[in-house]
Write a new protein. Sequence first.
Length: 94
Amino acid sequence: MSLETVREEISEVDFQIIRLIARRQELAEQIVKIKIHTGLPVHDGHRTAQVLDAAFNQATECKIDPVAVQEIFRILIAMSEERQRGFSGEGNLP
């Protein structure tokens, strides 16, 4: 395999990752609708801990840096919460 071929494959994976992040953001909008209807706050510390633990464990199983993967998921969670706050009218409140 040539360097260019591998780079093209990485570019395709990057594109897929971005599409999945966009899908995750769409789902965050669905979640906030449910939260508004049920009176739940945007931030759910218990759920955040579950997601971060799962990310750590899955990264470990895949033999990639679990701490780095957790950081990526912290960013994804923050993006989702920011989107939910914007949709719910809370703005960018912590």
